[in-house]
Design a protein around this ligand. Sequence first.
Ligand SMILES: Nc1ncnc2c1ncn2[C@@H]1O[C@H](COP(=O)(O)OP(=O)(O)OP(=O)(O)O)[C@@H](O)[C@H]1O
Length: 380
Amino acid sequence: MSDHQHDHDHQDLPEEVQTELERLAECLGQLHDPATSLPLDELDAEIEVGFEGDTVFVGVTLGYPCASEEESWSARVHEACLPLLKGGPLGGSQLQFELFSDIPATPAGDVPGPLQGVKNIVAVASGKGGVGKSTTAVNLALALAAEGARVGLLDADIYGPSLPTMLGTEGARPQVKEQKFFVPVEVQGLQTMSLGYLMTEDTPAVWRGPMASGALNQILTQTLWGELDYLVVDMPPGTGDIQLTLAQKTTLAGAVIVTTPQDLALKDAIKGVEMFRKVSVPVLGIVENMSLHTCTNCGHSEPIFGSGGGERIAADYDTRLLGQLPLAMAIREGTDSGLPSVAAEPQGEIAGFYRDIARRAAAQIWLSVGDELLPEIEIS
Ligand SMILES: Nc1ncnc2c1ncn2[C@@H]1O[C@H](COP(=O)(O)OP(=O)(O)OP(=O)(O)O)[C@@H](O)[C@H]1O
């Protein structure tokens, strides 16, 4: 997958070939995009078909990073095209397929300079502490990057910045430029910034009120983020003033709400959904963490905290369940040792859960940004 378009030389194709290519494009428009469950022709997807020599070229451009999906798209596109390649004007041709990603930007008003190159700011929030919000944020950021996006991660958890521990960057100090800008610390392919990088022994362990939101605002707007497709913000837990200020001050592309299946956590997750709704920030979906416990001895999985909670609130509040994570020792060990699951084993099962969540969340941003509903079909 790449993020630039394949250029075919325009040529005068015989009319029957043109017609056949149009049929092909129509056929491709029926294919369902797995991250949104919508057919391509209901999305702002670009379908490009071309013919040169004895090869039919097909390019599909989606508005979210989807590197790990190229193979399955290729298989489905081949299957869909097969009948047209068997006979008729395109009979006997080869098929060459490419999947592209063109990530749109959330329109933002007056953003400070350092945030101008950031296409989308995504908040990862939870109504209550300890549900695995930071673990989700860091793995989501890594998963978006693994899917091909340029990603930054801002640890805005003023109560206990955990990013340096989770990414093994304790003791890192961002460089300062022009005496007022921080240069993000690069690790595992992410641009990262954390209040933890700035804390010294003299810094109060817990910031409160205006001081906390001031510090947060400062690292958000005074970090030289550069060109990013997504800036993932690990929000402080809860739904208080700081969270509200952050949601209002930045043009958020959307919010991902993390919860565990217990009733109490679910009630707090609802407060989270309501808070973002109040300030018109799209809720991209719910991540249910610690959903199932898998016994390390026998491999049996059980919903020890109850089941179906995340799905229920997603349905009740007209949003979606982006994914579920098991309560797994490997997830805890990863974040505690500085190598989160997605970085430790990018092709592993757990990384797969996070990558699915990442694609679904990013696809929701694409849907909410999409200005045109009709697909662009290009025949060359
Ligand atoms: N799915 C999981 N399986 C096992 N352990 C997990 C899982 N998710 C998170 N943890 C562990 O639970 C603890 C709390 O997670 P985390 O710090 O991400 O939560 P949080 O909601 O951000 O908490 P806080 O509100 O304190 O910042 C960590 O030790 C983390 O490694």
